[in-house]
Design a protein around this ligand. Structure first.
Ligand code: GLN
Length: 204
């Protein structure tokens, strides 16, 4: 294995469920190729980056404090494959609906979606549901939704990969992918595999 195929997979580890994403990536590329990203130098040479779920306001603040915001935005603009899940999707979003009376994160503005945080209602703050994924072999994906954001609009050329009850829950714009749920908590590696494979990181 040479070149891009051997590049490390980064996991933003400022806050949130980075360990679960790191474990999923390690299962696919081996633990030596997984790099926790805590500062700008950690972005160097990455083949792809995973943005975990967590608390998007905290993540947004830590992106500023760590100095990662500008280099991460630049990397995403210049083609670094990035998969954002839940709070990670909120961070990737181009447009964020203001929370009523709430403090909101400042998104990176990379992925063509408009999102609203915590939009699945209090009683259903967390739920699991099988997600039909037309392009994913092996049947519906077990979706874990935890205080999930809702994708209100998909801005072309971003396209919807999967919907649940009429709402997009998985989107992709070129090298940028966003999921409103948590594949890293499901024990199902198919979406990590699809993402890393599309980034050219899984070899033949
Ligand atoms: N509700 C959280 C936020 O707005 C996201 C939840 C999650 O990542 N599980 O940041």
């Amino acid at each position: 294995m040479t070149g891009a195929e051997a590049a490390p997979v980064g996991v933003l580890a400022l806050q949130g469920d980075a360990p679960e994403h790191a474990a999923a990536a390690a299962a696919l590329v081996g633990p030596k190729r997984v790099r926790l990203v805590l500062e700008p130098a950690d972005l160097s040479g990455l083949g792809a980056l995973l943005l975990p779920g967590g608390e998007s306001t905290t993540l947004s603040r830590l992106l500023d404090e760590s100095g990662l915001r500008a280099p991460l935005t630049a990397a995403g603009r210049s083609g670094l494959p990035i998969l954002g899940t839940c709070a990670g999707l909120i961070l990737l979003a181009r447009e964020l609906e203001p929370s009523p009376g709430g403090k909101d994160p400042v998104p990176l503005g990379l992925l063509g979606v408009r999102v609203r945080r915590n939009d699945y209602g209090r009683q259903a703050e967390s739920f699991e549901a099988p997600i039909p994924f037309p392009d994913l072999p092996g049947g519906p994906f077990p979706g874990a939704f935890i205080r999930a954001p809702r994708i209100l609009a998909v801005i072309p050329p971003t396209r919807t990969l999967a919907q649940l009850a009429g709402h997009p829950v998985a989107v992709r714009e070129g090298t940028l992918w966003g999921l409103t749920f948590h594949p890293e908590l499901s024990g199902d590696l198919r979406l990590h595999r699809l993402f890393l494979s599309s980034a050219g990181l899984l070899g033949g």
